[in-house]
Design a protein around this ligand. Structure first.
Ligand code: TEU
Ligand code: CA
Length: 557
């Protein structure tokens, strides 16, 4: 990237289109089925592009659509240059890009290159013999006295090593055994990946979301209790990727990087590092006990984590803002109230995501307040992570009755039930039998209902997105937190040049009265958006926030 051509804003922050974008994530299997086989597909997505345009987003992140045996719903790729049969053809995909670009929408693809499918031709070759030219595309080790080389556990339960009889060695798989890890230390592997990236970039894609990208740097020593990636290696690989591929295109990149802190995230994303534009951190997703626990999040840790990222990346690197995705429970069920205050709390959470410094990501269905699923049997789950966890937990003596409520809280399937378009059978997602059960609440929660009501979650998102595109202060402003000790309210300001945004978010079902400090009282502040008919102004020192109220004021000096 030629730094001389970059416009600056405020006190010297670089302006970029990807900072000013709002991104919509599509999980193709569950978005829209066009041919009645119960599986979402590319033609289905094309039929909904006007809907996305109407919402106002300008970038779509498409989860993997490449050829795949679907052990992990497309995150196990057997051909990086072709489209999964169930989703359509390369021609359909080309039409998708064309139709998107015609509407001013950009497309970013999922790049899953920490591992491939075991059905990829590289792996089929690799396992044939120890001297096969593709052997070193993957990570093979001898076992130890009939056991795997070490105790590393896969993210999907059980050992991270799989024994292969043909050559009597084990291969590493940090995810399922059908997802063998690629060996990035091998320059041929890096060359293959850079080539396939160029293949898609030359077809017009506008960027990549890079799956578990900080796992590609494998440690020198495997004599450890658990897998810890070697960031120095990852940085070298990403700098090479940037130099050979990314820097030649006007695109955006976001890396999925579990385990990063603001400090280590900046090493992947700071302008002068020439690696990625932004990363997804997991601090909020892992807070308060983490996966498969019955715990609920605490506002104090949410505030602490988000504020820390806001202030520590400021002027250094760029945040990605999300509260859910295809791997996480639904945001309104997890951080809001998906019953009595579903609408208000979904709108409040959206207000937070869209008024922080960073690029907001909307996961399909979030914009109509879709909720977690109430599956009634463990047999209803489809996701490999959940199924393996169930298997492992049952083997450890847990009962199905104990596991079901925890699975309902945490399973990735919460995010994967089909998009709810209307109240007809199967929510208008398919005319056939959906590949996974529908959430039974689709009669009430669906796109058509939301489009009809002017005060719906959808229309609130539409307004938030429009405001973000209108006001630079929402995108670029400095962040400052108030009421840090308050256990019910999140309050912050954003400042850019002569403009200041003042945001109040009530995270509870209580009415909360606040006495404002002098800096927050203002004669000139006007309410830009609220999920209630706003009665407060900031002229007096007293304000009162309704259950799950969100209100954003703008003050011009
Ligand atoms: O997820 C990586 C990851 O960190 C997972 O462990 C994730 O956090 C977990 O599913 C949450 O419980 C990425 C993809 O987003 C995910 O869908 C894939 O299954 C995984 O990589 C393997 O490709
Ligand atoms: Ca289909």
């Amino acid at each position: 990237m030629d730094l001389r051509n970059i416009t600056k804003i405020g006190d010297g922050m670089a302006k970029n289109w990807w900072k000013e974008s709002v991104i919509y994530q599509i999980y193709p299997r569950s978005f829209m089925d066009s041919n009645g086989d119960g599986i979402g597909d590319i033609n289905g997505i094309i039929s909904k592009l006007d809907y996305l345009k109407d919402l106002g987003v300008n970038v779509v992140w498409l989860c993997p659509v490449y050829k795949s045996p679907n052990d992990d719903n497309g995150y196990d790729i057997s051909d990086y240059r072709d489209i999964m049969d169930e989703f359509g053809t390369l021609k359909d995909w080309e039409r998708l890009v064309k139709e998107m670009h015609k509407r001013g929408l950009k497309l970013i693809m999922d790049l899953v290159v920490n591992h491939s499918s075991d059905e990829h031709k590289w792996f089929i070759e690799s396992k044939k013999s120890k001297d096969n030219p593709y052997r070193d595309y993957y990570i093979w080790r001898d076992g130890k006295e009939g056991n795997p080389p070490n105790n590393w556990q896969s993210c999907f339960s059980f050992s991270a090593w799989q024994y292969d009889e043909t050559t009597g060695q084990y291969y590493l798989h940090l995810f399922s055994k059908k997802q063998p890890d690629l060996n990035w230390a091998n320059p041929k592997v890096r060359g293959e990946v850079f080539d396939l990236m160029k293949f898609w970039l030359d077809k017009g894609v506008d960027g990549f979301r890079m799956d578990v990208i900080n796992a590609i740097g494998k440690p020198d020593s495997f004599d450890t209790e658990w897998f810890t990636p070697d960031d120095q290696k990852t940085h070298r690989y990403l700098q090479e990727m940037n130099q050979k591929v990314l820097s030649h295109y006007d695109i955006m990149t976001v890396g999925e990087t579990g385990g990063v802190t603001p400090e280590t995230a900046s090493l992947f994303t700071a302008d002068d590092r020439n690696e990625l534009n932004m990363v997804f951190h997991f601090e909020l997703m892992d807070a308060d006990g983490g996966k498969w626990t019955p715990n609920r999040f605490k506002l104090m840790s949410l505030k602490e984590i988000l504020s820390k990222w806001q202030t520590q990346l400021d002027h250094k690197a760029w945040n990605s803002l999300y509260l859910n995705n295809h791997d996480q429970p639904r945001m309104v069920s997890r951080f809001g109230d998906d019953e009595k205050y579903r609408v208000q709390s979904a709108q409040m959470l959206a207000t937070m995501l869209h008024t922080m410094q960073g690029t907001p990501y909307i996961y399909q269905g979030e914009e109509i307040g879709m909720t977690n699923v109430p599956f009634t049997s463990l047999n209803d789950f489809k996701d490999i992570e959940t199924l393996n966890w169930v298997k492992e937990s049952l083997a450890k003596g847990k009962t199905a009755e104990e596991l079901l409520p925890i699975a309902n809280l945490w399973s990735r399937d919460n995010a994967r039930t089909p998009m709810q378009w209307n109240d007809t059978e199967n929510a208008g997602f398919t005319t056939g039998i959906p590949w996974i059960q529908m959430n039974p609440n689709y009669q009430k929660i669906n796109v058509r209902n939301d489009l009809e009501k002017s005060d719906s979650i959808f229309h609130y998102y539409q307004k938030l997105i429009q405001l973000r595109h209108q006001y630079d202060v929402i995108v670029y402003g400095d962040f400052h937190e108030y009421f840090n000790d308050n256990e019910q309210i999140y309050c912050y300001t954003r400042t850019l040049e002569h403009q200041r945004l003042i945001v109040f978010l009530n995270f509870t079902a209580d009415v909360v009265d606040l006495t404002l400090p002098k800096e927050l009282s203002s004669k000139k502040a006007v309410a830009l958006i609220s999920n209630y008919d706003e009665k407060n102004d900031l002229k007096s020192a007293q304000i009162s926030l309704q259950p799950y109220e969100a209100v954003v004021y703008l003050e011009e000096q």
